[in-house]
Design a protein around this ligand. Sequence first.
Ligand SMILES: C[S@@+](CC[C@H](N)C(=O)[O-])C[C@H]1O[C@@H](n2cnc3c(N)ncnc32)[C@H](O)[C@@H]1O
Length: 283
Amino acid sequence: MADNQEWGASFASASTTAMGFYDEIMVPRMFEPWAELLLNQIELRGGQAVLDVACGPGTVTRHAALRVGPTGRVTGCDLSPAMLDLARSKISSGHSAPIEYLECSADSLQVPDEAFDVVTCQQGLQFFPDRPTALADMRRALRFGGQLGIAVWSAIEDCPPFAALANALEKVLGAETADAYEAGPWGFSDSDSLARLVKDSGFTNVKVRSCELPLIFEGGPGQLLLTLRTTSVATIVAQLPEADQLALAAAVAEAARPITFDGFVRSHATSHILTAQVGDERG
Ligand SMILES: C[S@@+](CC[C@H](N)C(=O)[O-])C[C@H]1O[C@@H](n2cnc3c(N)ncnc32)[C@H](O)[C@@H]1O
Protein backbone atom coordinates (compact mmCIF):
# COMPACT_ATOMS: atom_id res chain seq x y z
CA MET A 1 0.00 0.00 0.00
CA ALA A 2 1.36 3.49 -0.87
CA ASP A 3 2.22 5.61 2.19
CA ASN A 4 -0.55 8.15 1.50
CA GLN A 5 -3.07 5.28 1.26
CA GLU A 6 -1.78 3.89 4.54
CA TRP A 7 -2.61 7.26 6.11
CA GLY A 8 -6.09 7.16 4.54
CA ALA A 9 -6.61 3.65 5.92
CA SER A 10 -5.35 4.75 9.35
CA PHE A 11 -8.02 7.49 9.42
CA ALA A 12 -10.71 5.01 8.38
CA SER A 13 -9.91 2.63 11.24
CA ALA A 14 -8.88 5.25 13.83
CA SER A 15 -10.43 5.22 17.28
CA THR A 16 -12.39 8.19 18.59
CA THR A 17 -9.66 8.53 21.27
CA ALA A 18 -6.91 8.91 18.64
CA MET A 19 -8.98 11.38 16.65
CA GLY A 20 -9.75 13.15 19.94
CA PHE A 21 -6.04 14.08 20.08
CA TYR A 22 -6.33 15.46 16.55
CA ASP A 23 -9.38 17.45 17.59
CA GLU A 24 -7.81 18.79 20.80
CA ILE A 25 -4.30 19.55 19.60
CA MET A 26 -4.39 20.07 15.84
CA VAL A 27 -7.82 21.57 15.20
CA PRO A 28 -7.62 24.76 17.33
CA ARG A 29 -3.94 25.44 16.54
CA MET A 30 -4.01 24.66 12.82
CA PHE A 31 -7.20 23.58 11.13
CA GLU A 32 -9.53 26.28 12.52
CA PRO A 33 -7.40 29.25 11.39
CA TRP A 34 -6.73 27.54 8.05
CA ALA A 35 -10.47 26.94 7.59
CA GLU A 36 -11.10 30.70 7.92
CA LEU A 37 -8.33 31.43 5.44
CA LEU A 38 -9.65 28.88 2.92
CA LEU A 39 -13.20 30.24 3.13
CA ASN A 40 -11.90 33.80 2.77
CA GLN A 41 -10.71 32.83 -0.74
CA ILE A 42 -14.24 31.83 -1.77
CA GLU A 43 -17.17 34.17 -2.25
CA LEU A 44 -19.69 32.46 0.05
CA ARG A 45 -23.14 34.04 0.20
CA GLY A 46 -26.11 33.55 2.52
CA GLY A 47 -28.38 30.70 1.42
CA GLN A 48 -25.74 28.77 -0.53
CA ALA A 49 -25.22 25.00 -0.45
CA VAL A 50 -21.73 23.81 0.53
CA LEU A 51 -20.16 20.35 0.40
CA ASP A 52 -17.06 19.80 2.58
CA VAL A 53 -15.17 16.71 1.39
CA ALA A 54 -12.94 14.87 3.91
CA CYS A 55 -14.57 17.05 6.56
CA GLY A 56 -12.87 15.35 9.53
CA PRO A 57 -14.37 16.72 12.76
CA GLY A 58 -16.30 19.30 10.73
CA THR A 59 -13.77 22.13 10.85
CA VAL A 60 -14.47 23.88 7.53
CA THR A 61 -18.02 22.47 7.61
CA ARG A 62 -19.08 24.47 10.68
CA HIS A 63 -17.35 27.68 9.54
CA ALA A 64 -19.10 27.36 6.16
CA ALA A 65 -22.45 26.76 7.90
CA LEU A 66 -22.03 30.02 9.83
CA ARG A 67 -21.14 31.93 6.67
CA VAL A 68 -24.08 30.72 4.58
CA GLY A 69 -26.47 31.14 7.52
CA PRO A 70 -29.78 29.45 8.40
CA THR A 71 -31.09 29.66 4.82
CA GLY A 72 -28.07 27.75 3.53
CA ARG A 73 -27.33 24.02 3.57
CA VAL A 74 -24.05 22.25 4.36
CA THR A 75 -22.99 18.63 3.91
CA GLY A 76 -19.76 17.20 5.36
CA CYS A 77 -18.46 13.82 4.25
CA ASP A 78 -15.58 11.67 5.39
CA LEU A 79 -14.65 7.99 5.41
CA SER A 80 -13.70 7.98 9.11
CA PRO A 81 -16.55 7.06 11.49
CA ALA A 82 -14.46 8.39 14.42
CA MET A 83 -14.04 11.80 12.75
CA LEU A 84 -17.75 11.91 11.92
CA ASP A 85 -18.65 11.05 15.54
CA LEU A 86 -16.59 14.05 16.67
CA ALA A 87 -18.16 16.28 14.00
CA ARG A 88 -21.70 15.26 15.00
CA SER A 89 -20.94 15.84 18.69
CA LYS A 90 -20.27 19.56 18.12
CA ILE A 91 -23.04 22.05 18.69
CA SER A 92 -23.60 24.58 15.92
CA SER A 93 -24.64 28.16 16.48
CA GLY A 94 -28.33 28.97 15.93
CA HIS A 95 -27.26 31.30 13.12
CA SER A 96 -25.75 28.41 11.14
CA ALA A 97 -27.06 26.42 8.23
CA PRO A 98 -28.23 22.89 9.05
CA ILE A 99 -25.39 20.36 8.60
CA GLU A 100 -25.72 16.79 7.34
CA TYR A 101 -22.76 14.43 7.83
CA LEU A 102 -22.28 11.46 5.50
CA GLU A 103 -19.87 8.55 5.73
CA CYS A 104 -18.41 8.01 2.27
CA SER A 105 -15.16 7.97 0.38
CA ALA A 106 -14.16 11.06 -1.62
CA ASP A 107 -14.12 9.05 -4.86
CA SER A 108 -17.68 7.87 -4.30
CA LEU A 109 -19.55 10.88 -2.90
CA GLN A 110 -23.09 9.98 -1.84
CA VAL A 111 -24.55 13.29 -3.02
CA PRO A 112 -26.76 14.26 -5.99
CA ASP A 113 -25.40 15.83 -9.21
CA GLU A 114 -25.11 19.63 -9.45
CA ALA A 115 -26.53 20.14 -5.94
CA PHE A 116 -23.87 22.50 -4.46
CA ASP A 117 -22.63 26.06 -5.00
CA VAL A 118 -19.29 25.41 -3.28
CA VAL A 119 -17.13 22.34 -2.61
CA THR A 120 -14.27 22.56 -0.11
CA CYS A 121 -11.58 20.05 0.78
CA GLN A 122 -9.10 21.05 3.48
CA GLN A 123 -6.02 18.82 3.81
CA GLY A 124 -7.75 15.74 2.44
CA LEU A 125 -6.81 15.43 -1.24
CA GLN A 126 -3.26 14.24 -0.55
CA PHE A 127 -4.64 11.12 1.18
CA PHE A 128 -7.00 10.03 -1.58
CA PRO A 129 -5.91 6.87 -3.44
CA ASP A 130 -7.69 8.05 -6.64
CA ARG A 131 -7.44 11.85 -6.82
CA PRO A 132 -8.74 12.24 -10.43
CA THR A 133 -11.92 10.28 -9.59
CA ALA A 134 -12.39 12.31 -6.38
CA LEU A 135 -12.07 15.58 -8.33
CA ALA A 136 -14.45 14.35 -11.03
CA ASP A 137 -16.96 13.58 -8.27
CA MET A 138 -16.52 17.05 -6.71
CA ARG A 139 -17.14 18.56 -10.16
CA ARG A 140 -20.24 16.40 -10.59
CA ALA A 141 -21.59 17.71 -7.27
CA LEU A 142 -21.16 21.37 -8.28
CA ARG A 143 -23.63 23.49 -10.22
CA PHE A 144 -22.50 25.44 -13.30
CA GLY A 145 -20.61 28.46 -11.93
CA GLY A 146 -19.91 26.63 -8.66
CA GLN A 147 -16.64 27.14 -6.80
CA LEU A 148 -14.00 24.73 -5.55
CA GLY A 149 -11.60 25.49 -2.66
CA ILE A 150 -8.80 23.05 -1.81
CA ALA A 151 -5.97 23.26 0.73
CA VAL A 152 -2.91 20.99 0.55
CA TRP A 153 0.23 21.43 2.67
CA SER A 154 3.42 22.66 1.00
CA ALA A 155 6.67 20.70 1.44
CA ILE A 156 7.35 19.55 5.01
CA GLU A 157 10.39 21.90 5.20
CA ASP A 158 7.87 24.77 4.98
CA CYS A 159 6.08 23.38 8.06
CA PRO A 160 9.08 23.38 10.47
CA PRO A 161 7.49 21.70 13.54
CA PHE A 162 6.63 18.67 11.42
CA ALA A 163 10.02 18.67 9.70
CA ALA A 164 11.45 18.46 13.25
CA LEU A 165 9.22 15.45 13.97
CA ALA A 166 10.29 13.74 10.72
CA ASN A 167 13.92 14.42 11.61
CA ALA A 168 13.48 12.86 15.06
CA LEU A 169 11.63 9.84 13.62
CA GLU A 170 14.48 9.26 11.18
CA LYS A 171 17.05 9.43 13.97
CA VAL A 172 15.27 6.97 16.28
CA LEU A 173 13.23 4.73 13.93
CA GLY A 174 14.99 5.06 10.58
CA ALA A 175 14.35 6.65 7.19
CA GLU A 176 11.51 4.31 6.21
CA THR A 177 9.30 5.39 9.13
CA ALA A 178 10.20 9.07 8.60
CA ASP A 179 9.36 8.77 4.88
CA ALA A 180 6.04 7.07 5.65
CA TYR A 181 5.19 9.93 8.05
CA GLU A 182 6.09 12.64 5.53
CA ALA A 183 4.35 10.98 2.58
CA GLY A 184 0.89 11.45 4.13
CA PRO A 185 0.09 15.12 4.80
CA TRP A 186 3.07 16.46 2.81
CA GLY A 187 2.97 13.83 0.05
CA PHE A 188 1.33 15.99 -2.65
CA SER A 189 3.09 19.30 -2.14
CA ASP A 190 3.94 20.38 -5.69
CA SER A 191 1.66 23.30 -6.61
CA ASP A 192 2.06 22.76 -10.39
CA SER A 193 0.94 19.12 -10.09
CA LEU A 194 -2.01 20.25 -7.97
CA ALA A 195 -3.09 22.90 -10.52
CA ARG A 196 -2.64 20.47 -13.45
CA LEU A 197 -4.73 17.79 -11.75
CA VAL A 198 -7.59 20.23 -11.12
CA LYS A 199 -7.44 21.65 -14.69
CA ASP A 200 -7.37 18.12 -16.14
CA SER A 201 -10.49 17.37 -14.10
CA GLY A 202 -12.37 20.01 -16.13
CA PHE A 203 -12.29 22.99 -13.73
CA THR A 204 -11.66 26.52 -15.00
CA ASN A 205 -10.08 29.66 -13.47
CA VAL A 206 -7.65 27.51 -11.48
CA LYS A 207 -5.54 29.63 -9.11
CA VAL A 208 -3.04 28.45 -6.49
CA ARG A 209 -1.62 30.68 -3.74
CA SER A 210 0.99 29.70 -1.20
CA CYS A 211 -0.06 30.93 2.26
CA GLU A 212 1.65 30.87 5.64
CA LEU A 213 0.08 31.02 9.11
CA PRO A 214 1.73 30.98 12.54
CA LEU A 215 1.76 27.67 14.39
CA ILE A 216 2.38 27.60 18.14
CA PHE A 217 2.54 24.62 20.48
CA GLU A 218 2.46 26.27 23.90
CA GLY A 219 3.05 22.83 25.44
CA GLY A 220 6.43 22.79 23.70
CA PRO A 221 8.10 19.81 22.01
CA GLY A 222 6.18 17.41 24.30
CA GLN A 223 2.89 18.62 22.85
CA LEU A 224 4.29 18.47 19.33
CA LEU A 225 5.29 14.84 19.99
CA LEU A 226 1.67 14.05 20.97
CA THR A 227 0.54 14.87 17.41
CA LEU A 228 2.14 11.58 16.29
CA ARG A 229 -0.75 9.78 18.01
CA THR A 230 -3.02 10.79 15.14
CA THR A 231 -0.72 9.61 12.35
CA SER A 232 -0.07 6.44 10.40
CA VAL A 233 3.05 5.81 12.54
CA ALA A 234 1.07 6.00 15.81
CA THR A 235 1.12 2.23 16.40
CA ILE A 236 4.87 1.91 15.75
CA VAL A 237 5.52 4.76 18.20
CA ALA A 238 3.11 3.39 20.84
CA GLN A 239 4.79 -0.03 20.73
CA LEU A 240 8.32 1.33 21.29
CA PRO A 241 10.06 0.18 24.47
CA GLU A 242 10.33 2.88 27.14
CA ALA A 243 13.99 3.63 26.37
CA ASP A 244 13.16 4.32 22.71
CA GLN A 245 10.16 6.47 23.71
CA LEU A 246 12.53 8.58 25.81
CA ALA A 247 15.04 8.71 22.95
CA LEU A 248 12.29 9.90 20.59
CA ALA A 249 11.16 12.62 23.02
CA ALA A 250 14.80 13.78 23.35
CA ALA A 251 15.26 13.74 19.55
CA VAL A 252 12.08 15.83 19.07
CA ALA A 253 13.26 18.36 21.68
CA GLU A 254 16.65 18.53 19.93
CA ALA A 255 15.22 18.87 16.40
CA ALA A 256 12.72 21.50 17.57
CA ARG A 257 15.34 23.50 19.51
CA PRO A 258 15.69 26.22 16.78
CA ILE A 259 11.95 26.90 16.95
CA THR A 260 11.54 26.54 20.75
CA PHE A 261 11.39 29.78 22.75
CA ASP A 262 10.67 29.89 26.50
CA GLY A 263 9.25 26.38 26.31
CA PHE A 264 6.87 27.20 23.42
CA VAL A 265 7.31 25.82 19.89
CA ARG A 266 6.76 28.98 17.84
CA SER A 267 6.81 28.51 14.11
CA HIS A 268 4.53 28.42 11.06
CA ALA A 269 2.94 26.14 8.49
CA THR A 270 2.60 26.74 4.76
CA SER A 271 -0.20 25.50 2.54
CA HIS A 272 -1.27 25.77 -1.07
CA ILE A 273 -4.77 27.18 -1.39
CA LEU A 274 -6.38 26.38 -4.73
CA THR A 275 -9.57 27.95 -6.03
CA ALA A 276 -11.33 26.98 -9.25
CA GLN A 277 -14.72 27.03 -10.90
CA VAL A 278 -17.09 24.94 -12.95
CA GLY A 279 -17.86 26.88 -16.12
CA ASP A 280 -16.38 29.19 -18.70
CA GLU A 281 -12.89 30.61 -18.33
CA ARG A 282 -13.12 34.28 -17.19
CA GLY A 283 -11.71 36.67 -19.74
C1 LIG B 1 -6.00 15.99 8.01
S1 LIG B 1 -7.64 15.50 8.12
C2 LIG B 1 -8.49 16.99 7.62
C3 LIG B 1 -9.89 17.01 8.15
C4 LIG B 1 -10.68 18.31 7.94
N1 LIG B 1 -10.81 18.66 6.55
C5 LIG B 1 -10.10 19.45 8.74
O1 LIG B 1 -9.76 20.47 8.15
O2 LIG B 1 -10.02 19.33 9.98
C6 LIG B 1 -7.84 14.48 6.69
C7 LIG B 1 -9.21 13.86 6.57
O3 LIG B 1 -9.30 13.19 5.31
C8 LIG B 1 -10.13 12.05 5.50
N2 LIG B 1 -9.89 11.13 4.39
C9 LIG B 1 -8.74 10.52 4.05
N3 LIG B 1 -8.91 9.76 2.95
C10 LIG B 1 -10.21 9.91 2.57
C11 LIG B 1 -11.00 9.41 1.49
N4 LIG B 1 -10.49 8.60 0.57
N5 LIG B 1 -12.29 9.79 1.41
C12 LIG B 1 -12.84 10.63 2.34
N6 LIG B 1 -12.14 11.15 3.39
C13 LIG B 1 -10.84 10.79 3.49
C14 LIG B 1 -9.68 11.51 6.85
O4 LIG B 1 -10.61 10.61 7.41
C15 LIG B 1 -9.53 12.81 7.63
O5 LIG B 1 -10.72 13.16 8.30
